[in-house]
Ligand binder design. Structure first.
Ligand code: SF4
Length: 233
């Protein structure tokens, strides 16, 4: 059985016990009218195949969500499979990616990935993290997003928002996204593995922001330990 870590009870702070089920209930309510995280938005628009999620995650690196979505919609209107990507010239692919950061580098990576998928896996995206991370430009977060959103497999995609927020909650105490992923795999109930990225990316953009988080109007304030928060709004 999964060991669920109880966040240390703060004495005399008036904080409620940290209840992860209640946290997710409040997050869903808070975010109902906010823009979705890019990969989940694309999935809900019908671009949820493993290859589309893999390519979309690569495009999203260091690129704003609104731009990622627009670039992916433009690309997927032309090519949605490894074979179709390879049929595009590299220049044409880079042109379709324009607006994303490092468009030319990403075009090279995406073509290299498409070629390996065709040549080594018969055109099917491999369904394990190790094979995914052997692809050019693919690290733990992109592999996890592909597995989670593309394949619907329980995988925890930790980006900078997820890493920052779960540490502020006091739910984990880690120094890097990779360590956060490992810590969450120990303590987060599996039913939230896919959803945590879906919720915390927009929550990190609009509420628990990198600097000056909006604690005074945050629905989690009564439970959050606010670890390391120095100048909340
Ligand atoms: S109370 Fe503040 S630090 Fe905690 S989750 Fe909300 S915004 Fe983030």
């Amino acid at each position: 059985m999964k060991r669920v870590r109880a966040v240390a009870e703060p004495k005399g702070t008036g904080k409620e016990p940290f209840d992860i089920d209640e946290v997710f209930r409040r997050l869903r309510r808070e975010l109902a009218d906010r823009p979705k995280a890019a990969m989940f938005d694309l999935r809900d628009r019908g671009y949820g195949s493993p290859f589309e999620q893999l390519v979309g995650s690569l495009i999203s690196a260091r690129t704003r969500d609104e731009t990622t979505i627009a670039v992916c919609l433009r690309l997927f209107a032309e090519a949605r499979t490894p074979e179709a990507i390879l049929a595009l010239g590299e220049g044409e692919l880079a042109h379709l990616l324009s607006g994303a950061t490092f468009a030319e580098v990403k075009a090279r990576d995406i073509r290299a990935i498409a070629r390996r998928i065709v040549e080594e896996w018969g055109g099917e995206v491999p369904k394990d993290a190790e094979s995914l991370m052997s692809l050019r430009g693919v690290g733990p977060k992109i592999a996890a997003l592909t597995l989670a959103v593309g394949f619907g497999q329980p995988a925890i995609a930790v980006d900078i928002h997820v890493h920052r927020i779960v540490n502020r909650w006091g739910y984990v105490e880690t120094t890097t996204p990779e360590k956060t992923m490992a810590a969450l795999a120990e303590i987060l109930p599996e039913r939230y593995w896919i959803e945590i990225n879906e919720r915390l990316v927009p929550f990190g953009r609009f509420v628990c922001t990198g600097t000056r988080p909006r604690c005074s109007s945050c629905p989690l304030l009564s439970m959050c330990r606010q670890v390391g928060v120095v100048a909340p709004r």
